[in-house]
Design a protein around this ligand. Structure first.
Ligand SMILES: C[C@](O)(CO)[C@H](O)COP(=O)(O)OP(=O)(O)OC[C@H]1O[C@@H](n2ccc(N)nc2=O)[C@H](O)[C@@H]1O
Ligand SMILES: Nc1ncnc2c1ncn2[C@@H]1O[C@H](COP(=O)(O)OP(=O)(O)OP(=O)(O)O)[C@@H](O)[C@H]1O
Length: 284
């Protein structure tokens, strides 16, 4: 039996940095959703554990033990085999959890392939702060350093555009450049009837990593401006530690039109149109 899993792009609609632990990790309060564009994993039964990376964004992605997919597999213990193919569509080190979502999809898929339980939460967190939230992709609120996951509000229909200008922004450097670490937490997200009311609420919230990321990579400001200028854009903001930014629209059709314009005007940028993605509970 071959198992196929989807690793959707993660979007931090908000990202509030509310403190810092003694070990240096930051306390976060973030509304996280997922987009229906992402990487695909195929896991086939095999004697040995192998990883092949394919797809339009395969270049530069490690295929050895540094790959988060193999690190995820190692959590199940030694002596288990699987031939894993990672079809890479998301840019790496981009603030949309490419590696983290791959790791989470590998955990889901391997648990199914080997008919075993998922590793303990602490082990999952050890793969990366974003991996727990990626385990069951849907609207979620993420707190702590990434380990406290609670349900987020039900999402209205909307279109999304993701744009990455091709600049890798390392997450540690962005956190290091953040001057104020004790920012206000996010109020309880109320739930919204439309993309417009959601965007209106989101505009009162923040991504605290946007300013430090823009200081390191000023092109992020250009990207946000370009997204905001597309017709129908309700909100343009950076996701995670950047450099990927997102736009919110009333419909997928509007997002597709905006993506076409952004691609035509900026041939070097990675641009994707999407809608929110929710993992069906049966596959969780
Ligand atoms: C910025 C976010 O993308 C928001 O969702 C995540 O918090 C980052 O998640 P991630 O890439 O899985 O992060 P990790 O691989 O665990 O950590 C990368 C680096 O980011 C910093 N880091 C990460 C998470 C966190 N809560 N505090 C931090 O200070 C640390 O310097 C760490 O060395
Ligand atoms: N499966 C993977 N896909 C992409 N990069 C990976 C993977 N496994 C390990 N890496 C390494 O991890 C680094 C970070 O890439 P990754 O896509 O995980 O960042 P990210 O999760 O998008 O960042 P952020 O946490 O800001 O969202 C890359 O430079 C790459 O060398």
């Amino acid at each position: 039996m071959t198992v196929e899993t989807f690793a959707p792009a993660k979007i931090n609609l908000t990202l509030h940095v509310t403190g810092q632990r003694a070990d240096g990790y930051h306390l976060l309060d973030s509304l996280v959703v997922f987009a229906d564009c992402g990487d695909r994993l195929t896991l086939a039964p095999a004697d040995d554990l192998t990883l092949t990376v394919t797809g339009p964004r395969a270049e530069g992605v490690p295929t050895d033990g540094r790959n988060l997919v193999l690190k995820a597999a190692a959590l199940f213990g030694p002596g288990r085999g699987a031939a894993i193919t990672l079809d890479k569509h998301l840019p790496a080190a981009a603030g949309i959890g490419g590696g983290s979502s791959d790791a989470a999809a590998a955990l889901r898929g391997l648990a199914q392939l080997w008919d075993v339980a998922l590793p303990e939460p602490q082990a999952v967190l050890s793969l990366g702060a974003d991996v727990p939230v990626c385990l069951a992709p849907r609207s979620l609120r993420m707190r702590g350093v990434g380990e406290e996951i609670t349900e987020g509000p039900r999402l209205p229909a909307m279109g999304l555009v993701l744009v990455n200008p091709g600049v890798e922004v390392p997450t540690p450097a962005v956190f290091k450049a953040l001057t104020r670490k004790d920012n206000p937490a996010m109020p309880h997200p109320p739930g919204w009837a439309s993309a417009a009311t959601m965007a209106h609420w989101l505009r009162t919230q923040r991504n605290d990593l946007e300013a430090p990321a823009r200081a390191l990579a000023p092109v992020i400001g250009t990207v946000i401006g370009a997204i905001a200028a597309t017709p129908g854009c309700l909100l343009a903001r950076m996701s995670g530690s950047g450099a990927t930014c997102f736009g919110i629209y009333d419909s997928r059709a509007e997002a597709e039109t905006a993506a076409t314009t952004l691609r035509a005007e900026n041939p070097g940028w990675w641009v994707a149109a999407a809608e929110p993605f929710t993992l069906k509970p049966a596959l969780a």
